[in-house]
Design a protein around this ligand. Structure first.
Ligand code: AMP
Ligand code: MN
Ligand code: MN
Ligand code: MN
Length: 435
């Protein structure tokens, strides 16, 4: 089937299913990639990305932030490829979640007053807290009310209680949200422009304001958009040089908000949208790629695809190794390590000349020590990432504080680094290699 879904919620915010389960279902449907974009929360990303490796689907880390702008209710900013360890983003998310607790309590009090007048049973806030993980949202209240039999359905709970009695939650200003996403290395994308306002002139005004403030993309496929809507938003995005994204806004709960993987009442979001997003992610990043320890033919392929994706310049480490004295054949490890270290010395000076560009380096023999050395070189050269590829380097880099991703193209496994931006890259590379 193919297709991607870049807008999906889990039980880490107001979705029903755990992150791993959402990812498993997305893979089961044959989707190529899914992005987890919980409201005000990045806690589900590590679990989702590990599940992605397990089930063979690419998982893009994401988040959805609520934005305060001109009195509009539904200005939501998606952030793709955010680093979930970024302290600035984490502070914002914590603040947003904290304010939801007090707001949720006050909202339940307000609803209970109305329920008491109507002679209906009251909501127990502890139930709401139990259902929600960290992000207390109105759908949790709606679910509790529906389960109690106070309302026949969640949309009905919204219509009768949660919309008319709503209390505003804390939101970020637009620039504040864009900057938080950018500082966390992410790409800021405006979600569901069709839900912000039906007035298309107003939409254009907002889009121009947001683009000036640093917006990079627009969600042009969405569960309740028609094909004509999508075409309309696609033109608006292209005119402003914005990236195109799309997703279902799946929440579970019997698909009241959207079906996983589906837009336009049954179509999928085309997977061609994904590479431009990744390329944008790699722009302005310096990546050092080193690989070794496996057959050179597969290594060639690995490097070529990485260079394509990252725009890296390639340095061929093999030439540098020529002319080295032969070392005791009884000690192949010694030989390998020696050669690798000499190469790194050359590499460092070459990398300095590259200045801010990515570099891919082929090292035929890459052992544990040289993998660590490479990570150190990368950090001295100001690289954002060092990708150290090869079976032996996995254990070397694990637990080290250097920015490194370890991938074994031979076995097709990526070492899972929970909750870090390394995860992003290992996933990116893993799926690039799979083709
Ligand atoms: P909150 O962030 O607590 O204000 O809850 C907002 C969430 O409630 C949205 O992300 C949707 O998942 C859901 N929602 C908003 N409006 C409605 C509605 N009219 N009917 C059903 N669900 C809604
Ligand atoms: Mn929601
Ligand atoms: Mn939204
Ligand atoms: Mn959403």
């Amino acid at each position: 089937m193919g297709g991607i879904d870049l807008h999906v919620h889990t039980n880490q915010s107001d979705g029903e299913l755990p992150p791993a389960e959402v990812v498993r279902r997305a893979a089961g449907m044959g989707l190529r990639a899914v992005s987890i974009t919980d409201h005000d929360c990045s806690d589900g990303l590590a679990e989702a990305m590990a599940a992605g490796v397990e089930h063979g689907i690419e998982v893009i880390p994401g988040v959805e932030l609520s934005v305060r702008h001109g009195g509009f209710e539904q200005v939501h900013l998606l952030g793709y490829f955010v680093d979930q360890r970024n302290p600035d983003l984490e502070n914002h998310l914590t603040e947003l979640r904290d304010s939801r607790l007090g707001r949720g309590k006050r909202l339940v009090q307000k609803i209970n007053q109305k329920l008491a007048q109507e002679g209906l049973p009251l909501i127990d806030f502890a139930q709401v807290e139990k259902l929600a993980n960290k992000v207390i949202s109105r759908p949790h209240i709606a679910k509790v009310m529906t389960d109690m039999g106070v309302t026949p359905s969640m949309p009905e709970a919204f219509r009768k209680y949660l919309v008319p009695l709503n209390i505003q939650k804390h939101k970020l200003g637009f620039e504040e949200a864009v900057n938080a996403v950018k500082k966390a290395g992410g790409i800021p994308v405006l979600a569901h422009p069709n839900l912000i306002t039906a007035d298309r002139r107003e939409q254009i005004r907002l889009l121009d304001d947001f683009t000036r403030a640093g917006l990079k993309g627009l969600e042009v496929y969405y569960n309740n958009m028609t094909e004509r809507d999508t075409e309309h938003y696609r033109v608006l995005a292209l005119e402003r040089n914005l990236l195109l994204t799309g997703g279902s806004d799946f929440h579970g709960f019997n698909n009241v908000y959207g079906n996983l993987g589906r837009v336009h009442g049954g179509r999928v979001v085309p997977e061609e949208l994904l590479n431009p997003l990744k390329e944008s992610y790699f722009q302005n990043r310096k990546v050092l790629v080193a690989c070794g320890g496996f057959r050179s033919e597969s290594a060639e392929k690995v490097l070529d695809s990485i260079c394509m994706l990252t725009g890296a310049d390639r340095i061929d480490g093999r030439a540098v190794a020529q002319g080295f004295p032969r070392v005791d054949p009884q000690s192949p490890q010694g030989l390998h390590m020696d050669i690798a270290i000499k190469r790194i010395v050359v590499l460092e000076s070459e990398l300095k000349l590259l200045r801010g560009k990515s570099a891919a380096v082929f090292c035929r023999y890459l052992d544990r020590k040289s993998a660590l050395d490479l990570a150190a070189v990368a950090s001295r050269c100001g690289a954002d990432f060092a990708l150290v590829l090869g079976p032996e380097s996995a254990s070397a880099v694990e637990g080290s504080e250097s920015t490194a991703v370890v991938l074994n193209p031979e076995s097709g496994t990526a070492a899972p680094y929970a909750g870090t931006s390394r995860n992003t890259l290992s996933n990116l590379l893993y799926f690039t290699l799979r083709g």
